[in-house]
Write a protein that binds this ligand. Sequence first.
Ligand SMILES: NC(=O)c1ccc[n+]([C@@H]2O[C@H](COP(=O)([O-])OP(=O)(O)OC[C@H]3O[C@@H](n4cnc5c(N)ncnc54)[C@H](OP(=O)(O)O)[C@@H]3O)[C@@H](O)[C@H]2O)c1
Length: 222
Amino acid sequence: MANKPTLAVLGGTGALGSGLALRWIQAGYKVIVGSREREKATAACAEMRSLLSERGADAALLSDLDNVEAAAAADIVVLTVPFSHQQSTLAAVKEQLSGKILVDVTVPLMPPKVGTVQLPTAGSAGQAAQAFLGDDVRVVSAFQNVAADHLQSDHALDCDVLVCGNDAEARAAVVQLVEACGMRGFQAGPINNAAAAEALTSVLITINRQFKCHAGIRISGL
Ligand SMILES: NC(=O)c1ccc[n+]([C@@H]2O[C@H](COP(=O)([O-])OP(=O)(O)OC[C@H]3O[C@@H](n4cnc5c(N)ncnc54)[C@H](OP(=O)(O)O)[C@@H]3O)[C@@H](O)[C@H]2O)c1
């Protein structure tokens, strides 16, 4: 796309989605925060606008809608809801996703043992999304290993992002979104490889408990 795509973040009222939205607005993207309830998105955006103004960013790039309207209005849709609600949220917007890229950020954490890798029967959340949506939607899995705390801050991000999906053009588009957030994105293979990034999140949670931190990953040896 020659111009910057308009982004919708479904569940963008939450920790991870609002962090991504802030970063993308600061990089000059139009971002629509989606919610099951429009009022909740409006309230979240009001808070985000004051943060954006403090940071000297253009808060007018931010808008709010319900999830269905947000998915319809965007070029690229980003899903940031808990895994247990991934499928119900996708079902609500399946029609609106037709022909688009869906960036799946969900991690299949199974409380209470979130420090233990427990991938779903589909193989990964990314594969589950692709199977559910069909080939008309290009699912790209990304951002599983970045902590919301870091995204919401205004500091430089010290981590890399693995980007998995079956379509090379879609992966490249998402790598651009990773770079817009100030991180390095690596095309990491087909959607089946999302299992690796999703599993790593439980490993990072285990490390976070030991070091009282929000750990990320770095690719070395390039
Ligand atoms: N937090 C992190 O550091 C982090 C890092 C990497 C990946 N992730 C992954 O990113 C996703 C979002 O994480 P998060 O921490 O931002 O989660 P969260 O704050 O708990 O929830 C995000 C949003 O999901 C929506 N939601 C909650 N219950 C729902 C339901 N029953 N049906 C549909 N939507 C529902 C809510 O939006 P509305 O109520 O406005 O609809 C909520 O604001 C998760 O899959 C998580 O594993 C998180």
